[in-house]
Design a protein around this ligand. Structure first.
Ligand code: DO4
Ligand code: MG
Length: 274
């Protein structure tokens, strides 16, 4: 089942049919401990509706968005390279193999954009990239209730200059995209899941890359356990699980680029760079 937040309320999709989901608010829905069952009931009790013209909103309102870092070897490698002149390289190597993961605050709902909306690059950055990341939807009890697609936009020159600049490299208006929907599932997502990114410039592929979830070094459940240590999330939370795809050092995003991130089982998140 896939759950969408739209301008006309929430919808659940199964087998290509879209059913309305009654709710007080998005927050109330996401926090429902019986979300899975409630969506099944919506499918059984409602008549499917046309969905073609629906305006899809980001699947987040009051939830905080957090992110894990250096969870794939490719990210460790890229980060060690970009920060070698600042002496930050060894931090990334150490966190990749440490028991405690890197977790950082990424966005409030206000800073998140949804499917087909504009992501932004900082005007004071010279080296910007998207980071395609499987993103966990977690309820207030700390249970993973679903999966969405995330783009952790990053300013590599700023984080490379000094690891202490990470919040500025990562948190700014339009720095996070989530969507288009949440795959609601009681089962862990398959390690065979493919993650693919295509960046189009002037209609042509400027960069393409892919990875498999099997390359993720950390167990999503362990990441959530660390996030919820000494931290409560009364409205639930989203946790981006890190990137396994980093374009070569000569690539930087430009205004007008289209970023397509595909995760098998979930769908495609498409954004353009403002
Ligand atoms: O440590 C810096 C950020 C890492 C990150 O965002 C990632 O690996 O995806
Ligand atoms: Mg990231």
């Amino acid at each position: 089942m896939k759950l969408y937040r739209t301008e006309n309320g929430a919808y659940v999709e199964r087998d290509g049919m879209y059913y309305p989901v009654a709710s007080e608010s998005w927050d109330e829905l996401i926090c429902d401990p019986a979300l899975h069952q409630r969506l099944q009931e919506s499918i059984h009790q409602n008549i499917p509706e046309a969905f073609d013209g629906a305006v899809i909103l980001p699947p987040v309102v009051s939830q905080e968005v957090w992110a894990a870092g250096v969870t794939y070897y490719r990210s460790r490698d890229a980060r060690m390279g970009e920060s070698k002149d600042s002496g930050g390289g060894s931090f990334y190597d150490r966190v990749y193999s440490a028991e405690r993961p890197e977790l950082f605050f990424k966005a409030t709902g206000r800073r998140v954009v949804g499917h087909k909306a504009a992501v932004r690059i900082r005007s004071d950055a010279t080296w910007s990239v998207p980071e395609p990341e499987l993103t966990l939807c977690i309820n207030p009890a700390g249970t993973i209730v679903g999966y969405t697609i995330g783009n952790d936009m990053s300013s590599r020159d700023i984080e490379g200059e000094n690891p202490l600049y990470l919040p500025q490299a990562k948190v700014y208006d339009g720095s996070c995209a989530l969507g288009p929907c949440i795959l609601i599932s009681g089962d862990p997502i398959s390690k065979e899941t493919d993650i693919q990114i295509d960046i189009l410039r002037g209609g042509r592929a400027e960069f393409s890359g892919s990875t498999k979830l099997a390359e993720l070094k950390r167990d999503p459940v362990d990441l959530v356990k660390y996030l919820f240590r000494e931290n409560s999330f009364p409205q639930g939370a989203f946790l981006m699980t890190g990137t396994g795809i980093v374009p070569g050092d000569d690539f930087t995003l430009a205004s007008g680029d289209i970023i397509r991130i595909q995760i098998s089982e979930i769908g495609t998140l498409e954004n353009y760079v403002a």
